[in-house]
Design a binder for this molecule. Structure first.
Ligand SMILES: [Zn+2]
Ligand SMILES: [Zn+2]
Length: 403
């Protein structure tokens, strides 16, 4: 391990992380967290620009070496989830029904720790942009909102990088790949309109429930008929609604679910096929189908050159045996995808351990994200912070050859 000396004692950042954990705020409501981040960055001499996508903010730090015009963006997310924490330890959530169950308290802290160190060292040529985004969770797309409000015009970034904690078993191992790392997330609903009637006289109506059942069946084999078997994609049928009464054929019925893909191309094909099948099956029943297909988050697709660069830095910090550069894509979704659609960069996972770090008083659940027993592992703060520091220093090294 080559953790920076400055992080040998991270008690200050451990305390900070636990303070943020105790005060979770939902997407676009991160007032306290955002104010805390802004205060610390300013204290360390970093220029702060607030109010980008509401509670989002950017810190700007220029190196002390002659400026090369190069720039890098480092991003952390700040929001919590609407969950009731069951942990009993001292830093548990003080807000009912809100919890840092995805470790964004830790992401914010790791980037702050890196900012603190970079502001002291300043041994780089160019500019670091520290991007603290709101509303990563629940499809609120805070990253997209920041981009729409001019993030990369105001704060140009040659490349952007982000980290997410993950239950990879070990503490402090990195995992990434050079392409599609996380899936696109999309929701769909097919509403079928027929003509309701008494259930004992179906011949007098047009039954939308029958059409919905056939649509649901057809959709369950859609992916295999649409996407090559060498690619991964998923269509789940998870919701179905007919009449409120057992003896009523309703005027309308609906079926819904989620679609996950690792490319926009696969997503285009699946959406087109879904619309085609739903429309024609409904028509065969003399009903009408209305299809809602909402693209919540695009796939997270790493850029190969930046992924290779990031993996180099990871090996410098934790050694080659702790870096998995070929992780199969995972089906979760992540808002950082929007940034990688418009800028080169790399997203990666950092091992949060298997839960041993939780002191007495944690809940009975596993230590995986989006779980009411979860807690971020403070032992990885120095690892993630060292990674961000060295990433910036190497990206902005005066002698780095152009790609
Ligand atoms: Zn999450
Ligand atoms: Zn998360």
């Amino acid at each position: 391990m080559h953790i920076l000396d400055a992080f040998a004692d991270t008690s200050r950042f451990r305390t900070l992380r636990r303070d943020i954990h105790a005060h979770p705020e939902l997407g676009f409501e991160e007032e306290r967290t955002s104010a805390l981040v802004a205060r610390l960055l300013a204290e360390w001499g970093i220029a702060v620009h607030r109010g980008i996508a509401g509670t989002g903010l950017v810190g700007v730090l220029r190196g002390s070496l002659p400026d090369t015009g190069r720039t890098i963006g480092l991003r952390a997310d700040m929001d919590a989830l609407p969950l009731q924490e069951v942990n009993g330890f001292a830093h548990r959530s003080t807000h009912d029904g809100r919890m840092h169950a995805c470790g964004h308290d830790g992401h914010t802290t790791m980037l702050l720790a890196a900012a603190w160190q970079l502001a002291q060292r300043r041994d780089f040529a160019g500019t670091v942009h520290f991007i603290f985004q709101p509303a990563e969770e629940m499809g609120k797309a805070g990253a997209k909102k920041m981009i729409d409000e001019g993030l990369f015009e105001r704060f140009p970034c040659d490349a952007v990088f982000a980290l997410h904690n993950f239950n990879l078993g070990r503490v402090g191992n990195f995992a990434l790949n050079h392409g599609a790392l996380m899936a696109s997330s999309n929701t769909w609903r097919v509403t079928v309109r027929g003509r309701g009637t008494h259930a004992s006289m179906p011949h007098t109506g047009l039954d939308p429930v029958g059409a919905v059942l056939e649509i649901a069946q057809a959709l369950r084999s859609l992916v295999a008929r649409t996407i090559p078997s060498t690619e991964r994609a998923l269509l789940a049928v998870t919701q179905i609604q007919g009449s409120d009464a057992p003896n009523v054929i309703p005027d309308e019925a609906w079926v819904g679910g989620t679609v996950r893909t690792f490319s926009v191309d696969a997503l285009d094909k699946i959406e087109a096929r879904l619309r085609h099948l739903a429309g024609h099956i409904a028509q065969a029943h003399e009903c009408q189908a209305e299809v809602m297909f909402r693209r919540a988050s695009p796939p997270v697709v790493n850029h190969p050159a930046e992924a290779r660069f990031a993996a180099e830095v990871m090996r410098e910090i934790v050694g080659a045996e702790m870096v998995d550069e070929d992780l199969p894509g995972v089906l979760g979704a992540e808002d950082f995808a929007h940034m990688l659609m418009v800028r080169p960069g790399c997203y990666a996972f950092l091992g949060n351990g298997d839960g041993d770090h939780r002191m007495a008083g944690h809940g009975p659940g596993p230590c995986i994200i989006h779980n009411t027993s979860f807690d971020f592992n403070d032992d990885i703060i120095p690892i993630g912070a060292s990674y961000f520091v060295r990433l910036a220093e190497r990206w902005l090294a005066p002698d780095r050859p152009s790609a």
